[in-house]
Every structure is written in structure tokens, then in C-alpha cells.
Design a binder for this molecule. Structure first.
Ligand code: NDP
Ligand code: GDP
Length: 321
């Protein structure tokens, strides 16, 4: 008998890659589709899996819809990937972020608790919960949290709610503290994809320069296709737990730009313009994860280098442009 998975955020980067991975493992895949005025299924079409999954209309802020969906599809595994996930937007729309990213996790956990308590649950936690304080240059499962944005605060609420439901109601709730992960399916507003899209446009003569904010911040970037495998592995363990998923390498935005422009024979310094508009009210300066627990317990490690990842993204954007 094949297992059934329910994914919130299935139209997002990770949702699409996770759906593809679970389908390849023989799962029946259902996804929650939040209604928008224009179609949002382009990533599922890009991976050629739209007709292989079942989409259920609902929203993380609508607890009644979540109850109906969980009741109807009776999932064995629930992956909560839905969120307002862009840090910069979380200052412009803090309440929406709190409702979708924070309370939304509690809404879907409540649905699981009430009608499908045996389902295993995955919460998409984030390195943004650490805030990258200087006294912790490498962050692991035991590093204290200090979120620096409404997004980070909302995610911390969802993170602790998952642990609390594990401890209070015996829900098999796992938290994956994932560091930044990217792909050709990354949203265009995130810095890697903004850079690789601009590189492709500049190369093809369709754009003159690239406006960025603070390019001296450091991130631990991996490939989303590798990271969704870790989500699935967490739910196959005998006990629910929390894991850091990262590469262990940190790089500045500046050096990431160097790789992206260098891939098409250009020098980033000729095109990047520093624009204060993209500075944030509070910055996370340095993220570098310690993935050793994931390696030890899940046998998981990142398989794609930053160079491979950025070149893959530039190549995909060159094709699109
Ligand atoms: P995306 O922004 O690409 O996808 C977010 C998804 O959530 C989309 O499908 C979006 O739907 C959906 N969504 C947004 N609001 C709601 C709502 N109110 N109800 C239902 N669905 C909603 O994010 P990623 O795929 O990159 O990330 C997946 C998860 O992992 C997110 O929770 C993110 O915060 C977290 N995360 C991501 C990291 C990364 O580097 N990518 C790092 C650590 C954590 P729509 O398409 O309609 O907008
Ligand atoms: P985040 O780590 O989830 O916030 O992912 P982003 O890709 O949005 O940002 C990564 C880092 O790049 C942050 O520290 C940003 O401040 C920095 N950055 C610098 N310029 C830009 C820009 O123009 N857009 C974005 N999104 N980030 C930028």
C-alpha cells in the first residue's frame, strides 16, 4: 500500500521538489492550493508533475479548510512548508506573516491532532530563528535562538508549537532547521535568484546593472533538491526530532555574485550597484550550519556545491531569458 502525503506550500520551491521526490518513492501526493487571482502552479509544471498530484483548495489561515482537507485525504505524512517566506516582506506585512507563518502552523497541527493524530508531521523551521549572532559563528540544534525579523519570530512560534505538540499530545512532529537553499525554482525576490536572473539578462543585453543591498553578509547556501530528501528522512526515523540541515560552508553575497557573473565571463564589479533600498531594518550577518547530527542520524549530507548550484541557476535563467 502506498503512503499518502499532504504538503502545504506545494506551489513553492520546496513543495514542488518534495512532491517530485515523494512521487518517485511511490507516494500518493496531495497539496494545499491557496487561491490567488493568477495561476501559481508553474513550478509543478516545470517539473512535469502537475497531473500526478491532487490539489486541495485551502489556506493556512483557514482552520476549517485544513480540518476538511486532513479529514478527507487521511495523510500518513504532513509537510508544513506553506509560509509567507520572504524576510524583507515580513517587515511590510508583519501581521500576515504572523498569521500564515506562525499561527498557520498551529492551525494545521490542530487539524492533525483532532482528526489524524497518527500522521507524522514536518515543520519547515529556519536558520533565521538563530539570527546569526556573532558569538555563535556555527549554529547547531543547541544554539540559542534570537530571531531578527517578524518572519524569524513567526517561525520560532511554529517551531516551538511543533515541539510542544510532540511533548503534549505525542504527535510525531519533526522540525527541520534548514539553512538557505536555492534552485532554478527559487522565488525571484531572493538574492541568489535575483542575481542569476540579472546575470542572464545582462549577458543577453536586456538589463544594464543589478541593484543589491548589503553584499557582505554571509549565508550557508545549498540546493533545494538535496534538502527535501532530508525532510522525508526525518519522518522515517523511530522518534521525532529536530535537525539542522546545511552545507557547513558560508559565503558572502559578494562572492556568490563573483561566481554567478564569472560563469558567463563577466566581472560583478562592473554591474553591481549598492542600493540602500535593499538594506533591512535588522540584518542577519552570518549563517553557517553544523549538519553533523543529520549526517550521523539520517545519513544525509549536501551533495551539490555552491559553484554547481549557482551555475545551474544561471544556466536555467539563460534559457528562460
Ligand atoms: P516559497 O516562498 O517558495 O513557498 C511558500 C509556499 O507557501 C507557496 O506555495 C505559497 O503559496 C504558500 N503559502 C503562502 N501563504 C500561504 C497561506 N496563507 N496558506 C497556504 N499556503 C500559503 O518557500 P520555499 O519553498 O523556499 O520554502 C518552503 C518552506 O521552508 C517555507 O515555510 C520557508 O519559510 C521555509 N524555509 C525556506 C528556506 C529556504 O532557503 N528556501 C530556509 C528555511 C526555511 P503561493 O504559491 O500561492 O504563494
Ligand atoms: P534570507 O536569508 O532568507 O533573508 O534570504 P535572501 O536571499 O532574501 O537574503 C539573503 C541575504 O542577502 C540577506 O542578508 C539580505 O540582506 C542580503 N541581500 C543583499 N542584497 C539583497 C537583495 O537585493 N535582495 C535580497 N533578497 N537580499 C539581499
Amino acid at each position: 500500500m502506498s503512503k499518502t502525503a499532504l504538503i502545504s506550500g506545494i506551489t513553492g520551491q520546496d513543495g514542488a521538489y518534495l512532491a517530485q521526490h515523494l512521487l518517485s518513492l511511490g507516494y500518493e501526493v496531495h497539496g494545499i492550493l491557496a487561491r490567488r487571482s493568477s495561476p501559481t502552479t508553474w513550478r509543478l509544471e516545470y517539473l512535469n508533475i502537475l497531473d500526478k498530484i491532487t490539489l486541495e483548495e485551502g489556506d493556512l489561515t483557514d482552520a476549517s479548510a485544513l480540518l476538511r482537507i486532513v479529514l478527507n485525504c487521511k495523510p500518513d505524512e504532513v509537510y508544513n512548508l506553506g509560509a509567507q517566506s520572504f524576510v524583507a516582506t515580513s517587515w511590510a506585512q508583519p501581521l500576515l506573516t504572523a498569521q500564515a507563518t506562525g499561527l498557520g502552523a498551529m492551525n494545521i497541527l490542530e487539524a492533525v491532532r483532532q482528526v489524524r493524530p497518527e500522521a507524522k508531521f514536518y515543520q519547515a523551521s529556519t536558520s533565521e530563528m538563530f539570527g546569526g549572532m556573532k558569538e555563535f559563528p556555527v549554529q547547531s540544534e543547541t544554539t540559542p535562538f534570537h530571531p531578527r525579523s517578524p518572519y524569524g519570530v513567526a517561525k520560532l512560534f511554529a517551531h516551538w508549537t511543533t515541539i510542544n505538540y510532540r511533548e503534549s499530545f505525542n504527535i510525531f512532529g519533526c522540525c527541520g532547521i534548514l539553512f538557505n537553499h536555492e534552485s532554478p525554482l527559487r522565488g525571484i525576490e531572493f538574492v541568489t535568484r535575483k542575481v542569476t536572473d540579472a546575470v542572464a539578462r545582462i549577458k543577453k543585453g536586456k538589463q544594464k546593472d543589478l541593484h543589491l543591498g548589503n553584499i557582505d553578509v554571509k549565508r550557508d547556501w545549498g540546493f533545494a533538491g538535496d534538502y527535501v530528501k532530508a525532510m522525508h528522512l526525518m519522518l522515517q526515523q523511530p522518534e521525532p526530532d529536530t535537525y539542522v540541515i546545511a552545507t557547513g560552508r558560508t559565503t558572502t553575497v559578494r562572492d556568490m555574485c563573483k561566481i554567478a557573473f564569472g560563469h558567463v565571463g563577466l566581472n560583478y564589479e562592473d554591474y553591481v550597484v549598492i542600493d540602500p533600498k535593499f538594506y533591512r531594518p535588522a540584518e542577519v550577518e552570518l549563517l553557517r550550519g553544523d549538519p553533523s547530527k543529520a549526517y550521523k542520524k539520517l545519513g544525509w549530507k549536501a551533495e551539490t556545491s555552491l559553484e554547481e548550484l549557482i551555475c545551474m541557476m544561471v544556466d536555467a535563467d539563460l534559457k528562460r531569458v
